[in-house]
Design a protein around this ligand. Sequence first.
Ligand code: HEC
Length: 117
Amino acid sequence: MRSGRDVIAPLMTLAAAAALTATVASAQNLDAGKPAEKLFTDGCATCHRSPRGLAKGRFSLMLSWFLKDHYATSPDTAKALAAYLQSVDELPPRATAKPGAKPSKASPRPSKPVTSR
Ligand code: HEC
């Protein structure tokens, strides 16, 4: 029974390599911002110039459902995109900002330009 032993060592090496590869792969998946961002630039930016303002403070479940329904993406892709849209959306859900209204926090401009001199 010589061959049985000779097989184990390469198998162990293979298993270790596989485990290492799996770790690296999952580590890359944790960086979820990039893939979704690429998905957007690849498939959405033609029509939506900016990912901002698309989420509109919606719940991620509704958002991913919308994306799945309208753009026939996979559930995972829709989820990633929804999370991405929300992450770049600067509208806090509980903010009672009027849609379309310009932020008027900064120094209010005079309605008429002052043209003295
Ligand atoms: C072919 C052009 C086109 C592409 C490509 C496209 N969209 Fe849209 N999208 C639209 C239009 C037009 C609307 C507005 C439709 C409506 O109001 O019902 C819209 C609406 C939306 C809305 C809802 C916005 C709102 O105001 O309610 C979201 C979210 C959205 N798109 C996300 C995406 C994402 C994510 C992708 C990429 C997977 C994408 N879109 C790709 C044209 C496009």
